[in-house]
Ligand binder design. Structure first.
Ligand code: SF4
Ligand code: SF4
Length: 376
């Protein structure tokens, strides 16, 4: 049974690590690169770690120790109850209101916390073991474990803590950042979503288990749960909400990546229709390619042909209009793909357009019996 429990915890831990721990995945990747640097020839032999490698590994080990410290505190009070089987094996019965509050956020919240704790402990142990194996000094933060444990039942009273989860000041500006269309790289700033100053993320004493706001304490620990407020079932989404891609012609460099992406992976509604006509008024990749081949021989090349062509100088932008794609907004489904591939910042923006129609969900539309347009 012990093995079964361990296996389930490991499996769960791996799954969650992969899905939810992008940062740690990055950390592990960096570590793996440092741990297995190849020789210049590409053969599998390893080179000795440089002082720089060791410094990075020690920094990562310190970060993992700090993270392990806080996850351990969450796990002691909100994780699986000691002796409790993993939720994959048996239904979880919360033993305290803090665990129950996590289950309100995610039905296997306690399992997630326990698994993450195991992740962090193992990352820290692994990095230190590796440092030791190459004769480098390990990282030990024990002298900084001066903070007291929670007094609530379940918290380990025999160790000091590195992090204080009973007086948290939380930066919640990431929430407004991820819900904003503005760009921090362009100087945009973001206010706090809510003010969380000196608030507990774990129960401080057993009295906190009785608090009516124990859910708030768990929410602070799992602040990402707030994004769930924006998640709706597909059948409740507004079918008349329309977003389309807009190309800002003055910024376009004519690379046509958006055109290729839309034709290859989206709704084939970006067109280079200023250069030719096709039977339906749209240019297709095949017809465009054949015309391009024919035009190459006579296209002026500024570097070789002495300056810009007359045509370019006569147009409003530096990029010839013929190379600037256009979006057929009636067909665009707002998938974002073109915006993602465009190399010029803010050259393609996603814009909401007013369809003039009232909000209507799939459920509402089905109830009215309105036939759904099917595209073949
Ligand atoms: S990807 Fe951007 S820069 Fe390139 S053609 Fe499209 S809009 Fe212009
Ligand atoms: S948002 Fe999607 S469908 Fe619309 S133009 Fe861009 S790639 Fe095409």
């Amino acid at each position: 049974m012990k093995d079964l429990v361990a296996d389930n915890l490991k499996r769960s831990s791996n799954r969650r690590s992969f899905m939810k721990k992008g940062l740690l995945a990055g950390t592990a990747t960096v570590g793996a690169g440092l741990l297995a640097s190849k020789s210049a020839s590409g053969a599998g032999s390893t080179q000795p770690a440089t002082p720089g490698d060791i410094a990075i590994l020690r920094l990562l080990a310190a970060a993992e120790l700090i993270e392990a410290d806080l996850w351990q505190q969450y796990a002691e009070l909100g994780g699986l109850t000691p002796g409790q089987l993993p939720v994959e094996t048996a239904p979880f019965t919360p033993m305290n209101s803090y665990q129950a509050a996590f289950m309100n956020l995610d039905s296997d919240g306690p399992q997630y916390i326990s698994s993450n704790n195991m992740d962090e402990q193992s990352h820290a142990a692994f990095l230190n073991a590796y440092l030791q194996s190459i004769g480098a000094p390990v990282v030990n933060l024990d002298e900084f474990r001066t903070l007291p444990s929670s007094k609530a039942t379940g918290a380990n009273q025999k160790i000091g803590r590195l992090t204080n989860l009973m007086k948290l000041t939380v930066d919640t500006s990431w929430y407004t950042r991820y819900h904003s269309a503005t760009n921090p790289d362009s100087g945009a700033t973001f206010p706090q979503a809510i003010t969380l100053t000196n608030v507990p993320g774990i129960p401080r004493t057993n009295a906190d288990f009785q608090l009516s706001n124990i859910q708030a304490i768990a929410n602070i620990a799992a602040f990402q749960g707030l994004s769930l407020a924006n998640v709706k079932e597909w059948k409740n989404l507004n079918l008349n909400y329309k977003v389309v891609a807009r190309i800002h012609e003055e910024k376009c460099i004519g690379c046509e990546l958006c055109y290729t992406a839309c034709w290859d992976g989206a709704h084939q509604c970006i067109h280079l229709d200023r250069v030719s006509e096709s039977w339906d008024g749209h240019t297709t990749p095949a017809s465009y390619e054949s015309r391009s081949r024919a035009a190459i021989a006579v296209t002026p090349i500024p570097k070789l042909d002495g300056g810009m062509s007359e045509r370019v100088g006569a147009e409003p932008y530096a990029t010839p209009l013929a190379r600037i794609p256009r979006v057929d907004e009636s067909e665009c489904v707002g998938c974002n793909l073109c915006m993602l591939v465009c190399p010029v910042e803010n050259c393609i923006t996603m814009e909401r357009i007013d369809t003039g129609l009232p909000p209507q969900s799939w459920e509402q539309r089905s109830a009215l019996g309105i036939p759904v347009k099917v595209q073949h």
